[in-house]
Ligand binder design. Structure first.
Ligand SMILES: O=P(O)(O)O[C@H]1O[C@H](CO)[C@@H](O)[C@H]1O
Ligand SMILES: O=c1cc[nH]c(=O)[nH]1
Length: 248
């Protein structure tokens, strides 16, 4: 699930096999096909928690979907995270009411599904090896970048970080103190959907994960060009598609 319908089309055209368009209601493109022989679909989520929550609920509840991976963009919060890096969101803090309203009197922890998270970390290691040595390279240490807040270590290759993100209900609201406090607590990046997706997956008994490409840096103001966004994004899609495959 990317946010942007054009990215859904790009994923259908470049990653899925035998993809066919199954919906374009409201301009939100959805395609169904296969990936390495496994049924897989791509549907845009639109922007924000309300939008992704509607689509994810219907996919889990009415379309037999078992696993959803959001492949989105995010703004880096931590100075250890650079443009083009990938952030695998192990958990999502939010200022949305979803964490407070779903269970009376409780602030829910909104976390990725462990199976999907583990599969994505393994897939990130494979993608890193393939990029470095080609598809037939021998297996080495799983994962790359690794660990909450793991940096790129001076490598030119984009790093993969695993840790919490902030799913904000606000794109333009300027709240530096909130971002500072979140960064001090290990939050890697800010985006707008992961917490909603994790809340829906928990309620519907599905699996969910977000694999995010860093498109801009909240601290430095740097941003990828539109062309760079598309190329950088492909790495996250490869990790996400591999994470969706059944175990073994
Ligand atoms: O690139 P996508 O997946 O849309 O993700 C990010 O971009 C949008 C804001 O520009 C929000 O949806 C945010 O989460
Ligand atoms: O939601 C988002 C996405 C990218 N960059 C941001 O700062 N926020």
């Amino acid at each position: 699930m990317p946010g942007d319908p054009r990215r859904a089309r790009r994923i259908a055209e470049t990653v899925l096999e035998d993809a066919r368009l199954v919906t374009e209601v409201r301009g939100v493109l959805g395609y169904t096909g296969t990936y390495r022989g496994v049924p897989m679909s791509v549907l845009a989520s639109g922007m924000g928690i309300p939008s992704v929550s509607i689509y994810a609920t219907e996919l889990f509840r009415h379309y037999g979907v078992r696993r959803i991976v959001r492949v989105g963009t995010a703004g880096a919060l931590s100075t250890s995270v650079a443009l083009r890096d990938v952030v695998i969101a192990s958990a999502a803090h939010t200022d949305s009411s979803v964490s407070r309203l779903l269970v009376d009197g409780v602030t829910l922890s909104l976390a990725a599904s462990y199976r999907s998270l583990r599969a994505a970390v393994d897939a990130a290691g494979t993608v890193e090896r393939e990029d470095r040595h080609g598809p037939d390279a021998p297996r080495g240490r799983a994962g790359s970048g690794g660990g909450s807040g793991g940096g790129s270590g001076g490598s030119e290759r984009p790093a993969v970080h695993i840790g919490p993100v902030f799913s904000s209900d606000h794109f333009y609201l300027d709240r530096p103190a909130v971002l500072d406090a979140l960064e001090r607590r290990g939050t890697l990046a800010v985006e707008m959907e992961a917490a909603g997706l994790y809340a829906v997956a928990a309620a519907e008994g599905g699996e969910a994960l977000a694999v995010l490409t860093v498109s801009d840096h909240v601290r430095t103001g740097e941003a990828l060009s539109a062309a760079d966004r598309e190329t950088g994004f492909d790495r996250a899609v490869r990790i996400a598609a591999a994470a969706l495959l059944p175990d073994g």
